[in-house]
Design a protein around this ligand. Structure first.
Ligand SMILES: *Cc1c(COP(=O)(O)O)cnc(C)c1O
Length: 401
């Protein structure tokens, strides 16, 4: 059957507006479309393809597990799920893991757990969840309500209650809002969708202190910042602030859908049998792929490589900006970088993304003012150099009008 981009409009619910080209094949950080045109991939499936496309180790484990056992449900456990959980616990603060299929589901579990923990240990009245403006936590109704962009949560009728939003990086405001009624604070240790915003380390430490003071749980949403993206296995390790609950997804499966919630023994005890669940969560195929992705990413050479590649991006982007004066700053960490547009180009991030696509480069935006790069952590330096040469041509085209 012949399908083209026009087919999308015929048969897909119109909640997305994908690019005109239709990718059909990928290898490393290169992708080819239906016409055979080649692209360099700085989008990484939105911070998912942590080892690029069709990494040989991931293809191998997928084929091996695919010939062995695909699915069981949670009526039975399985070896890949237990191995992955063990490795996640060994590598982080966590003692216990809950598996889901996406970031939103991992966050949904985290929020339900925080509420249940407060009821178990304090009272029903301790129900306030505080999160941050511009934050993003997924699209289920609870998680999108906790997210800090009302445009995403409005228009669906009554929202889950007791959710309040604070300004990011504003510790005084948070201190004002918190009390013994606060159940949990949920934050991204590096805001992704909201515009690649790295919080002040003192702010993150302050949030931890306020949570301790008011017996509130600190939930780090590391769905975008996790699994090596910042050059640390998880971003919390870079700021030295340990959360009570951490969620991880996107890069965790390297392109295979999986999400996970990590926590301590004490907190995990509030999710007793029957309190929460998922048919696919802990699926052996997903866990086998994620286990291998984690093995590859969690090596000093790979994590150090992320910082070297970040330096290369920043050096070349600086030169592009010296020539064209389009960015006010390049921000972010590791392989999660944002080029914030200056006043003159305000609101035009999408124009740059579309121009880049024409030049053979896939990239992302984060809001209307930031061009976002979230490539593979092992993208070859040649692909960074060639991709940024294409990006420079796109910048020149936008500047020329
Ligand atoms: C992408 C993202 C989510 C949602 O993940 P899905 O897999 O799309 O449900 C949640 N939190 C953050 C920080 C994200 O970047």
């Amino acid at each position: 059957m012949q399908v083209t981009r026009a087919t999308f409009n015929d048969v897909m619910v119109p909640n997305y507006n994908p690019a005109e080209m239709v990718p059909v094949r990928g290898e490393g950080s290169r992708v080819w479309d239906q016409e055979g045109k080649e692209y360099i991939d700085f989008a990484g499936g939105i911070a998912v393809n942590v080892l690029g496309h069709c990494h040989p180790e991931l293809v191998k484990v997928l084929q091996e597990q695919g010939a062995k056992l695909w699915h069981l449900s949670n009526v039975f456990t399985n070896e890949p799920a237990m191995r992955l959980a063990k490795k996640l616990c060994d590598a982080t603060f966590a003692d216990k893991v809950y598996f889901a299929n996406s970031g939103a589901e991992a966050n949904e579990a985290a929020l339900k757990l925080a509420r249940r923990y407060a009821i178990d240990h304090h009272s029903e009245a301790k129900d306030q969840i505080i999160s941050f403006k511009q934050g993003f936590h997924g699209r289920t109704f609870f998680t999108v309500t906790v997210g800090g962009q009302p445009a995403y949560s409005d228009g669906f009728g009554p929202k889950p209650g007791a959710v309040e939003h604070c300004e990011f990086n504003n510790l005084e405001m948070l201190a004002e809002m918190m009390s013994e009624r606060t159940c949990a604070v949920m934050m991204e240790p590096l805001q992704g969708e909201g515009g690649i915003i790295v919080p002040d380390p003192a702010f993150v430490k302050g949030v931890r202190e306020l949570c301790d003071k008011h017996n509130a749980l600190l939930i780090f949403d590391e769905v975008q910042s996790g699994v090596g993206r910042t050059g640390h296995l998880y971003a919390y390790m870079g700021v030295n602030v340990v959360p009570d609950i951490l969620t991880t997804a996107k890069s965790l499966g390297g392109g295979f859908p999986i999400g996970a919630m990590l926590t301590t023994n004490d907190i995990a005890n509030s999710l007793k049998p029957g309190t929460h669940g998922s048919t696919y969560g802990g699926n052996p195929l997903a866990c086998a792929v994620a286990e291998r992705a984690l093995d590859v990413v969690n090596q000093p050479e790979v994590l150090e490589g992320v910082l070297k590649k970040e330096a290369l991006y920043r050096e070349i982007l600086g030169k592009i900006n010296d020539k064209y004066h389009v960015f006010s700053e390049v921000r972010g960490q590791g392989m999660l970088l944002g080029c914030a547009l200056n006043e003159e180009y305000a609101g035009r991030a999408r124009d740059f993304m579309v121009a880049a696509n024409s030049e053979g480069l896939m990239c992302l935006v984060a809001g209307m003012n930031v061009i976002r790069f979230a490539p593979s952590l092992v993208i070859p330096d040649e692909d960074i150099v060639e991709g940024l040469a294409r990006f420079e041509r796109a910048v020149a085209a936008v500047v020329a009008g």
